[in-house]
Design a protein around this ligand. Sequence first.
Ligand code: IPE
Ligand code: IPE
Ligand code: MG
Length: 249
Amino acid sequence: MDKIENIPRHIAIVMDGNGRWARAKRRPRFMGHKKGVDAVREIVRECGALKIECLTLFAFSSENWKRPEEEIKNLMGLFMLALDREAKSMARNNVQLQIIGDLSFFSEKLQKKIKQVEELTAHCNGLRLIVAANYGGRWDITETTKALAKKVASGEMDADLISEEDISAQLTTAGLPDPDLFIRTGGEVRISNFLIWQMAYAELYFTDVLWPDFDKDELHKAIRNYSSRQRRFGKTSEQVIADKAMTSN
Ligand code: IPE
Ligand code: IPE
Ligand code: MG
């Protein structure tokens, strides 16, 4: 990719369209998920090469339990397999893995594997790869509310002084910059309860490309599109231009 300015620090992706990819090829949905793992590998590698700081991937939503039992079983199996197979190469490529979501719903075996891979890559200081599994934005905020309420009840915190930063610091994404660029593949134009608090000011990018077909060229397209936008955060366009001139001097 040619050198581009304004590379996002944090990209968050809803990897959608695996099922339709498989259906179009008259193959079982599971094949789409399997191909989806290949796309994950390519995108993770490319984000590392582009020096993106954080990549958050939505792998399984808190709503996805509503799917047929067979598909859930297949997805869990695939998750386990991918963790197993990719762990060493993540560590080798300096990728730090973190899983966010309510992991208590997963089997003991899968929970153990997650912990193992997180520990194996904990020392890595390259790309931070965050995989959202059994994740829901509302769940994250609800858990945060409970934790803060407990702190208030115990006297550790003053309710009137709770700030936006306190909330951010209590979410599962504590310590990460908010996503700059949100990408959703698969043609749907919705957030589906992803990082709803954290994405308050993210730039949104939707593409019809199905996740198994989302490759590094598609990623470059999304990043280029992002870098051509002016992020104003409430200011006027003129103010943003003036601010930029000041900082580049
Ligand atoms: C996204 O692909 C993967 C998961 C939700 C696990 P889908 O399985 O939702 O694919 P479509 O939307 O049916 O094509
Ligand atoms: C969102 O995809 C969650 C993941 C990609 C893991 P879905 O395909 O489940 O989203 P909805 O329910 O159609 O919005
Ligand atoms: Mg879908």
